[in-house]
Design a protein around this ligand. Structure first.
Ligand SMILES: [Zn+2]
Ligand SMILES: [Zn+2]
Ligand SMILES: [Zn+2]
Ligand SMILES: [Zn+2]
Length: 325
């Protein structure tokens, strides 16, 4: 394995040393590693090693491809997730992540030897020196991060995929906004509307069944963006209520540049809610539980519906507008 250095040639690190450690998972390879391998130290300080995107010596064009060997090394051989300090190793050099170490009862999962408490500082240092692209590179994030800083960024990366905003089922679908819009339409049969005003009628024949599962979702296209209007019945404390709120299909900072209003009424009375759409980064449940929307007590909803309280017939009108142009 050749690790290129910025500006100054490359160092030669023997492929066989670290890769063998990971590859030898079978019981036939029980000899102590240090008798098999030449472990003479590299001539260059590892702290100076930078694997850059431009490295072509390893045969790949991109950062991820070119540093695959190192990436493989930093993958826990047991759970295959990326390893972070403290990285452990057995006396034979088999590496292991710290959460797996707790679970293996002091036995190396690779060679079954007693594990002890040995840290693999060399690998920790190699990891520290790496700079790698965000995992959402293919979704548009072109930033490069230090190995240890990458997970923190990825949790907040604006290019990370969104969860499906549909609240009625535990849908695992994730993707960018345009993918999700197609998914909502095709897979959840959600109503799509163009325009920034709406006039919706919610009719339910048995309004006394207030279940968390009763909800409706409509998607609005306006200002070239998409908004989800949620309408649902749930139990708020002891009281059955209906709630309507709007979520924005996009990031929170962009959601804040919009406002919306909802109106519901009947029999000469009216409730008006004005709010700011919430980003779909906030889960449907989070928004609902924060009561950030139009809440209608069931008694009032039935009063608005007219009739003999056996049918819910609510007309919700609303408007979305942009606050800062
Ligand atoms: Zn692990
Ligand atoms: Zn071992
Ligand atoms: Zn990113
Ligand atoms: Zn879905």
């Amino acid at each position: 394995m050749v690790v290129p250095l910025p500006g100054s040639g490359s160092i030669q690190v023997k492929d066989t040393i670290p890769l063998k450690f990971l590859a030898s998972k079978d019981a036939s390879d029980l000899q102590p590693c240090y008798t098999n391998f030449d472990i003479s130290p590299p001539r260059v300080e590892l702290e100076n090693v930078r694997l850059t995107k431009s490295s072509s010596t390893l045969g790949g064009k991109h950062g991820i491809a070119s540093s695959n060997g190192v990436h493989e090394l930093l993958q826990c051989p047991v759970c295959t997730s990326s390893m972070y300090p403290p990285i452990h190793q057995c006396p034979n050099g088999h590496t292991l992540c710290s959460s797996c170490k707790v679970r293996v009862h002091n036995r190396c999962p690779t060679c079954r030897n007693e594990l002890g408490n040995i840290r693999c500082l060399a690998l920790e240092k190699v990891a520290e020196s790496l700079e790698i692209p965000c995992r959402y590179q293919s979704l548009g994030c072109h930033d490069i991060f230090p190995y240890y800083g990458k997970p923190k960024h990825e949790l907040q990366c604006p290019f990370r995929p969104y969860n499906c905003p549909y609240a009625g089922s535990h849908c695992d679908h994730v993707g960018d906004i345009s993918t999700l819009v197609v998914h909502l339409k095709d897979d959840h049969k959600v109503d799509m509307h163009d325009g920034c005003t709406f006039n919706h009628r919610y009719v339910k024949s048995n309004p006394h069944e207030v279940e968390n599962a009763s909800w409706m979702l409509t998607v609005f296209n306006c200002f070239g963006k998409q908004f989800c209007l949620h309408f649902e019945a749930f139990q708020l404390g002891m009281s059955p209520v209906y709630m309507a709120f709007l979520r924005f299909l996009g990031e929170d900072h962009e959601a804040k540049s919009f406002s919306y209003s909802l109106e519901v009424g009947g029999n000469g009375r009216k409730l008006i809610w004005q709010g700011v759409p919430r980003s779909i980064r906030d889960s449907h449940k989070k928004v609902r539980d924060s009561q950030d929307g139009l809440i209608i007590q069931r008694n009032l909803a039935l009063f608005f519906s007219g009739g003999d309280h056996t049918e819910l017939k609510l007309r919700v009108t609303g408007r979305i507008w942009r606050e800062h142009c």
